[in-house]
Design a protein. Structure first.
Lengths: 119, 600
């Protein structure tokens, strides 16, 4: 069970990473959309789920999502947005993701959501 | 234009044969014609000669010009006043048609035919004619007169006409002066009225561009000029001056012209010295530096006379000018200048208002941006903090057995406080959303009893010292509302009730229907609210002062958000409170209108 965490804040990447590893998931991380795309295009083991932050430098979550949906290999991977940006929650259609979690997120909520996609 | 009045048929009158005798006129030392009186020494009674002399005295001294026309419409008599008036001597007009001598041409130079003259109609029509005409003096000048032409009847036959003529040049001049004065007064009154109206329209906008354009147009229309330009400097830099132009149809071709005023030359004096300047066309043309302005310039329309007033800041600093050129008629007057100065002052204060308003708006926008960014930035460390704490909790639970109860409570406190911090951030963001009108209400039918049962159950977990009681009517009350936002309202009110009854007690939550409204009352037995504070309770960031409140924390946001959310639902929130006894907050929400085919 592989999960890719895309977030520019390394403390969040570490915290989420440790939580998920404790639960037995294999975790990869990327600091922005560009890093995430680079990882996805060279990895032999595509993740089962992507946890995506929105406001990031270099390439934002919205830009990453747009690029992912253009890519026939990557477009099937489910995406859960985890963001402090409440605007995306009000207009989830603009980014068209599988779930949305507002930051800060409770551990149980995070694990419940991840479980829905990674069986 | 002659004014004529017809006054019925002439009366049969006593006719007197008059022959002019120069001997009867004695010229006094002062040149006035005085009379000699002949009396009969025997009887001491006036003789026939005496009457004749008296009559001559009257005729010769009358100030009204008198003419007699015979049955051939030829002049048979004129008195000295008539000679003085017309410039002709009696000898020159005797036996001739008077009209051809003194009434032959109209002021516009066209001939005045005898047949059209009303004066000469009195004789053939046997009718008295009265009116006003313009006569021609012997020297060719025109003069206005009032006349009466009366037929002279002898034994039922018209034998001639007596014509009385009075010079009305002075009356006419007086009348014209009066009319001019009335016109000027009316014009002045109209200008002041327009100035008052301008004050209202100029002050009714807070946009700088709109203010300038209105001032410019009002100035041109009130004073009556073909060109009006207002220029406003930005921090004394003419290069970025804002310019508003208003031109009459005469300069329609220049409508699109745009010449940023550079503050040089003619403008410098107005702006540097902060005083109005008024110049006639001659003065403008005579000035070496501004001579070229009178002709059609390549860059701007020609100037014809100039009037300008400075725009100033409240501290007296110049910020530009309003200028007018090419008055509809005549040169700019002192009154025009007074009006333009008034308008410039109006404009100055309107510009200041617009500037302050723009600054205030910018400040609000910056604050909103700041709060949004701050909220986003605060949530990021909170996310990892909460993540790590919960990770620790989980690991401790998993390690089993050796769980230190106090450590677990400490970790739970960190989670609780982190979530509380997150709530505070949410509240601050709610304020920003309300302020910027971005708090959206998504309506759906809400069962108030169901909603409040959930809220009460959740809050019961947070207290051990309070007793929460929910009272609901048998009939379910359904309102159209935003479920999350209404829950927020009742959570806020009940949390306040808990917070402000620090010693515990009963909190009653009562749902009732009151007419077309569903009302929810939250009553506590807490410390209450001082009467003086009740009016400000729902203001943003307002907190009640005083000793009982000192140890109760809060930002003064909750009730403000409650009021705004309830308002967005078209409802009201009211408060009743007695200090030391408790408070009751009542939220009333409109019930959806029942269908037309209701119970009735």
């Amino acid at each position: 069970m592989n999960i890719l965490i895309v977030d520019d804040d390394d403390a969040i990447r570490d915290a989420f990473g440790d939580i998920l590893r404790d639960e037995g998931y294999a975790v990869a991380t990327a600091a922005n959309g560009q890093e995430a795309l680079a990882y996805l295009r060279q990895t032999s083991q595509l993740p089962d789920l992507i946890l995506l932050d929105l406001a990031m430098p270099v390439m934002s979550g919205w830009e990453f999502r747009a690029a992912q949906r253009q890519d026939p290999v990557l477009q099937a991977i489910p995406v859960v947005v985890v963001s402090a940006d409440r605007g995306a929650q009000q207009h989830p259609a603009t980014i068209d993701v599988d779930a949305y979690l507002p930051k800060p997120v409770l551990l149980e909520t995070l694990l419940d959501t991840v479980e829905r996609f990674v069986v | 234009m002659p004014v004529r009045q017809r006054q019925g048929k002439a009366l049969e009158r006593r006719t007197i044969s008059i022959t002019r005798t120069e001997e009867a006129i004695v010229v006094s030392e002062h040149g006035n014609k005085a009379a000699t009186v002949a009396t009969s020494p025997e009887t001491n009674k006036p003789s026939a000669d005496h009457y004749k002399q008296q009559l001559e005295t009257v005729l010769n001294n009358a100030t009204v010009a008198l003419f007699i026309m015979d049955e051939h419409q030829q002049c048979s008599y004129m008195n000295p006043a008539a000679e003085a008036l017309t410039g002709f001597t009696f000898a020159e007009v005797q036996g001739r048609a008077l009209h051809d001598m003194i009434h032959h041409t109209r002021p516009d130079g066209t001939p005045y035919p005898l047949e059209e003259c009303p004066i000469d109609r009195a004789f053939p029509e046997n009718n008295q004619e009265q009116g006003e005409e313009i006569f021609v003096h012997k020297n060719g000048t025109f003069y206005p007169v009032a006349y009466t032409a009366s037929p002279i009847c002898e034994a039922g036959t018209v034998v001639g006409t007596i014509i009385e003529v009075r010079d009305i040049a002075r009356e006419k001049a007086d009348q014209e002066a009066r009319e001019a004065l009335t016109r000027a007064t009316r014009q002045q009154a109209r200008q002041f009225q327009q100035l008052a109206e301008a004050a209202i329209t100029i002050n009714s906008t807070l946009s700088l561009e709109a203010t300038l354009q209105r001032v410019t147009e009002h100035a041109r229309l009130i004073i009556g000029a073909h060109q009006s330009v207002t220029s406003l400097t930005t921090d004394n830099h003419w290069s970025q001056a804002i310019t508003a132009v208003s031109l009459s149809d005469k300069y329609a071709a220049w409508r699109e012209y745009h010449v940023p005023t550079d503050g040089s030359g003619i403008y410098t004096i107005v702006c540097r010295e902060n005083r109005p300047i008024r110049m006639t066309q001659a003065e403008l043309e005579a000035h070496t530096a501004w001579r070229g302005f009178g002709t059609e310039h390549r860059r701007h329309p020609p100037m014809r006379g100039w009037l300008a007033a400075p725009l100033t800041r409240p501290d007296g600093q110049n910020i530009g000018l309003i200028q007018l050129s090419d008055k509809y008629s005549g040169e700019f007057t002192a009154q025009d200048e007074a009006i333009l100065v008034q308008l410039a002052q109006l404009a100055s204060s309107a510009i200041e208002h617009a500037r302050l308003y723009a600054e205030a708006r910018a400040a609000i926008q910056i604050r909103e941006q700041f709060l949004s960014i701050a909220a986003h930035e605060l949530r990021t460390p909170l996310t990892s903090l909460l993540g790590y704490v919960q990770l620790l909790q989980r690991r401790m639970q998993r390690s089993g057995g050796s769980i230190d109860q106090r450590s677990e409570r400490s970790l739970q406190q960190i989670v609780t406080q982190a979530l509380r911090l997150n709530k505070l951030i949410e509240s601050l963001l709610d304020v920003v959303r309300i302020q910027s009108g971005r708090l959206a209400i998504e309506r759906q039918p809400i069962d108030l009893q169901h909603l409040l049962t959930g809220v009460v159950d959740e809050l019961l977990l947070t207290t051990t010292t309070h007793h929460l009681r929910l009272h609901a009517p048998m009939q379910r009350l359904i309102v159209d509302g935003d479920e999350l936002r209404l829950a927020q309202v009742f959570v806020n009110l009940i949390q306040n009730a808990l917070k402000y009854s620090p010693h515990g007690g009963v909190i009653d939550i009562t749902i009732t229907q009151q007419g077309a409204q569903a009302c929810v009352a939250v009553r506590d037995q807490g410390i209450g609210i001082p009467e003086a504070a009740i009016g400000q309770l729902f203001q943003r960031f307002y907190r009640v002062g005083g000793a009982p409140m000192q140890h109760i924390s809060g930002m003064g946001i909750g009730l403000y958000v409650v009021k705004e959310i309830v308002s967005l639902h078209g409802g009201t929130v009211a408060v009743e409170s007695v200090e030391g006894v408790g408070s009751t907050f009542t939220v009333c929400l409109p019930l959806p209108e029942p269908p037309e085919s209701g119970r009735a």
